[in-house]
Design a protein around this ligand. Structure first.
Ligand SMILES: Cc1cc2nc3c(=O)[nH]c(=O)nc-3n(C[C@H](O)[C@H](O)[C@H](O)COP(=O)(O)OP(=O)(O)OC[C@H]3O[C@@H](n4cnc5c(N)ncnc54)[C@H](O)[C@@H]3O)c2cc1C
Length: 408
């Protein structure tokens, strides 16, 4: 059987695109290729928060699509995607309140369940948390976290059941472009696989394939990082996720301890050409491979919310690349100058949250159906005029996009 849709990358995004194509009855046309094992890129390193509070309706819809997918897999097999429906608490300071309320109006109109709660309710849901006196707390009932590896595998296995083929240990070395026409891909073995559609879902490595084909993608791999404390009785396993936007921090329970992330004032960024295939041991900053300097810089502010930080032994550190774009929009849709090339990337640290929605939108576009909530122009892969995705000023702008982000 000829498969005319190739998906490059079996991370959560490629898997979700494959799943949505299969759900639409086109699984028999799809082949997913990965150079290694599925979910071994950024996906398996994610904190895996799935969060609904966004200012853009389309992003909210994408997150809702992922929540629906999680519900679907949990109903089929409880526990299969590591779903923790713990909800989230957003600790909002008075200065942030007006902007936050505007965002809330958008979210409420789209059916997101929220309520303002008092400090004692918040402490009940997250006993480690101290709510500063000038802050209000918003509870978002349906926010959750999952096991990103398991959710990605659920998409992939469901896609395979729907007819999608998967070929692992198969590096793609080049897009096969002949006389400006995309004919398929070339593998490291030298073999070419013909296809009419190629979906680029190779995460932080996507530019290595699209740029030589004349389609640079406006994104760069920026460091995301978090720490996990040793288990402690002060952190119940069903504690809520907590966002502390004033200090750009978040936390959630993990294996009896607290997993917490702090956004850097100046995020570290990598040149994708130097990113290894195996992220284990890769350090964005060789002077500070475990982010201790960032932790030290943010510790005083974090202690105001979490007085127990000082005595919490840090047991683990995790970092990895998240693709940030300078306008913080996804990269989703068709490459206008190379018909047949589709891109699903540039997730700005939210690929676990958005994957099912990205998959649905891309599948609908590729199949030519009429998506009800599609207005792809602000996500178009070629929305910026000429730029060099490896230029240091461009990399810095992508890093600044992450540093400026409020939460998550
Ligand atoms: C520390 C950290 C915390 C995060 N926390 C969250 C969070 O809480 N919530 C959230 O929503 N998101 C989070 N993210 C972001 C999220 O992990 C990413 O957005 C998401 O995993 C991106 O998925 P992907 O499929 O695009 O990329 P990847 O998972 O990196 O997959 C890309 C795949 O492409 C394959 N590939 C690459 N090049 C080739 C090639 N030439 N040939 C064949 N295959 C190739 C790779 O092997 C890999 O399997 C976090 C990220 C990090 C690093």
């Amino acid at each position: 059987m000829t498969r005319d849709i190739l998906i490059v990358g079996a991370g959560i995004v490629g898997a979700a695109v494959a799943w949505q194509l299969a759900r639409m009855g086109h699984g028999h046309r799809v082949l997913v290729l990965d150079r290694g094992l599925p979910m071994a890129g950024s996906t398996s390193r994610a904190a895996a928060l799935v969060t609904l509070l966004r200012s853009e309706p389309m992003q909210i819809a994408m997150a809702q699509e992922t929540l629906a997918a999680i519900g679907h897999f949990e109903r089929l097999m409880p526990g299969s995607v590591g779903h923790h429906p713990v909800g989230s608490l957003h600790v909002v300071t008075r200065e942030q309140l007006p902007a936050f309320r505007a965002q809330l109006d958008t979210c409420s109109a789209l059916g997101i369940r929220t309520q303002w709660v008092d400090a004692s309710y918040a402490r009940d849901r997250a006993p480690w948390l101290h709510v500063p006196p000038d802050a209000d707390v918003l509870h978002v009932q349906d926010d959750c976290y999952v096991d990103a590896y398991q959710l990605g595998m659920a998409y992939l296995q469901a896609a395979q059941k729907g007819g999608v083929a998967l070929q692992l240990q198969t590096p793609v070395t080049r897009l096969d472009v002949r006389e400006r026409i995309l004919c398929g891909v070339e593998l490291s073995s030298g073999e070419c696989i013909a296809a009419s559609h190629v979906v680029m879902a190779a995460g932080s490595w996507s530019n290595l394939l699209t740029t030589p084909a004349g389609v640079p993608l406006p994104m760069a791999p920026v460091r995301s990082q978090y720490w996990i404390t040793a288990p402690s009785l002060a952190i119940p396993h069903d504690s809520a996720i907590v966002f502390m936007p004033a200090i750009k921090a978040y936390a959630r329970p993990e294996v009896g301890g607290l997993l917490f992330g702090l956004r850097e004032a100046h995020s570290a960024v990598a040149d994708a050409r130097h990113l290894p295939q195996d992220l284990e041991g890769f350090a964005f900053d060789t002077q500070d491979p475990q982010g201790w300097n960032n932790l030290a810089q943010g510790a005083t502010a974090l202690e105001a919310y979490w007085p127990g930080l000082e005595h919490a032994p840090i047991a683990h550190y995790v970092s990895g690349p998240s693709n940030y774009t300078i306008d913080r929009q996804l990269i989703l849709g068709a490459a206008s100058t190379l018909p047949g090339l589709w891109v699903a990337s540039g997730c700005n640290g939210s690929g676990i949250t958005f994957a099912a929605g990205m998959g649905r939108l891309l599948a609908q576009q590729l199949l030519g159906s009429d998506p009800p909530w599609l207005d792809g122009t602000h996500m178009a892969p070629q929305r910026f005029d000429s730029f060099d995705p490896y230029d240091t000023a461009f990399l810095s702008a992508c890093a600044a996009a992450r540093s400026g982000k409020a939460t998550g």
